[in-house]
Design a protein around this ligand. Structure first.
Ligand SMILES: Nc1ncnc2c1ncn2[C@@H]1O[C@H](COP(=O)(O)OP(=O)(O)OP(=O)(O)O)[C@@H](O)[C@H]1O
Ligand SMILES: [Mg+2]
Length: 456
């Protein structure tokens, strides 16, 4: 069998002719006379391709396209347009339509498009399956947030994902606010979803190594370069490159980075020719790059180039009730992970969750809930296992926070317990490692070693 096609058109004769032709060509095909019915069919039919007229009674084809992309961005949608007006079609393609088809429909052309879209879809499905499994997320649905500030950001992120040609996007926000998650989500929701998403942590390497890593090198470029090798820009061809912690790129490399971003070309270390690249650039940082650029620690021209589109993720403490929604989200995840039947959060914990300032943002919340799930007994998550210290000015409404437990809680193995004690000590010491180490009675080096070991 060839695959399943959904035809959305209110012109019954045409829709039937298309259906008959597709059936003859070995496809399964279904007709929906309007967008609402088409949306209703998505779940059960799971089409490989959708052909939709732009003009439909009620919701139009463009809106339908948008909704299908929200449902599953990997389903190719071909927009059919009768109006010779190319604008609608171009807009549709910008919004992520797979292609467009002019009416009156040429059936052979339609079948070719269906074949191409189906192949594309299958490839994409496979890839997106592995990627989703890796990320544990379906695009956008995986980013929890209903507060106005988060909705606004997610809306922008969706638009960025839908457009194929955009300048670079700079994602800023405190640590743990979800910059990495949003970057991956933009990729997952874009037409480039089946192409690579490559993430480089710019803190990790000194400039010379970083240069070879990003741009590649030719054979003999330096002593160890026995073979030539492509860099990450080239490896991301067709997809996205995320420059994570871009504020940490050394000044000496920033000029070359600017050139790559601006001219969309890279030159390998030791190479003599520029190679064209088709890569969308995302950059993330929790530093104030504007300030750094004023202080000449970051090139202004690079800053301006990267910050043409700015996505600012608000700190968790500015997201109101999202804290509770996220807590519930993590509660489900971790109670499933540890097979502990904790179902809800004690209302008294709600107050604490809302009052606590969350310096480590969503990441900290997920760690706190993970730990609380491990320590909890019974179906209601209690305030005690959270052991959060709310600063005095936030805690007027609360009693003293809970004391840390001193013996190993049931259900936690030694490593988990150790890790949780370290996290707690660090939190209590405001991230100061020396004080946390003192508190734990271990040396600072030991603490560092453990932090590394647990990836904290
Ligand atoms: N809105 C959200 N919904 C669900 N999970 C989230 C959300 N925001 C963040 N997370 C989760 O919180 C953790 C931290 O997010 P992420 O790594 O994206 O933050 P970050 O801003 O890149 O942090 P850093 O600046 O430290 O690199 C991840 O596990 C991520 O999946
Ligand atoms: Mg990150």
């Amino acid at each position: 069998m060839n695959g399943t096609v959904l035809i959305v058109d209110d012109e019954r004769t045409l829709a039937r002719a298309v259906k008959a032709f597709l059936l003859e060509s070995g496809y399964e095909a279904e007709i929906a006379p309007d967008a609402e019915q088409a949306l209703g069919l998505l779940e059960t039919l799971r089409p490989d391709v959708v052909f939709s007229d732009v003009r439909l009674p009620g919701m139009d084809g463009i809106e339908l396209l948008r909704r299908i992309r929200e449902f599953d961005p990997s389903i190719p949608v071909v927009i059919m347009t009768a109006y010779g007006t190319i604008e609608g079609a171009v807009e549709a393609v910008k919004l992520g339509a797979f292609d467009y088809l002019k009416k009156p429909v040429d059936l052979e052309e339609l079948k070719l498009l269906a074949d191409r879209a189906r192949e594309h879809f299958q490839l994409r499905q496979e890839l997106s399956y592995y990627r989703r499994r890796a990320a544990g997320d379906v695009p956008f649905a995986g980013v929890v947030g209903e507060s106005p500030s988060m909705r606004a950001v997610l809306d922008q992120a969706r638009q960025i994902a839908a457009l194929d040609e955009t300048p670079p996007v700079l994602i800023i926000g405190e640590t743990g606010t979800g910059k990495g998650l949003v970057a991956r989500t933009i990729h997952g929701g874009s037409r480039r979803a089946s192409k690579p998403f490559i993430e480089v942590n710019c803190t990790a390497l000194p400039a010379t190594l970083m240069e070879a890593e990003l741009f590649g090198h030719e054979r003999g470029a330096f002593t160890d370069a026995k073979e030539s090798r492509m860099g990450l820009f080239e490896a991301a061809e067709g997809g996205f490159l995320l420059l994570d912690e871009v504020g940490d790129v050394e000044l000496s490399l920033q000029g070359k980075l600017l050139k790559a971003v601006e001219d969309r070309t890279v030159r390998r270390v030791g190479g003599i020719r520029d190679r064209k690249i088709d890569v969308r650039i995302l950059a993330a940082t929790n530093r104030d790059l504007e300030r750094e650029s004023q202080r000449e620690r970051f090139r202004r021209d690079l800053y301006f180039r990267l910050a043409v589109i700015l996505l600012r993720l608000p700190p968790l403490r500015e997201r109101g009730q999202d804290v509770l929604t996220l807590a519930q989200h993590f509660l489900q995840r971790f109670s499933a992970k540890y097979a502990k039947p904790v179902e809800r959060i004690d209302p008294r914990s709600h107050e604490l969750l809302l009052a606590y300032p969350w310096p480590g943002n969503v990441r900290e919340l997920s760690h706190v809930i993970e730990r609380a799930v491990l320590w909890s007994r019974g179906p209601t998550l209690q305030i005690e296992p959270l052991s959060l210290e709310v600063p005095p000015d936030n805690s007027a409404a609360l009693d003293d926070s809970a004391q840390p437990a001193s013996s190993r809680p049931a259900g936690m193995d030694l490593e988990q317990w150790e890790r949780s004690l370290i996290e707690q000590a660090l939190r209590e010491a405001d991230g100061n490692q020396t004080r946390a180490a003192q508190h734990l009675g271990i040396s600072r080096d030991t603490l560092r070693y453990r932090l590394k070991k647990y990836g904290l």
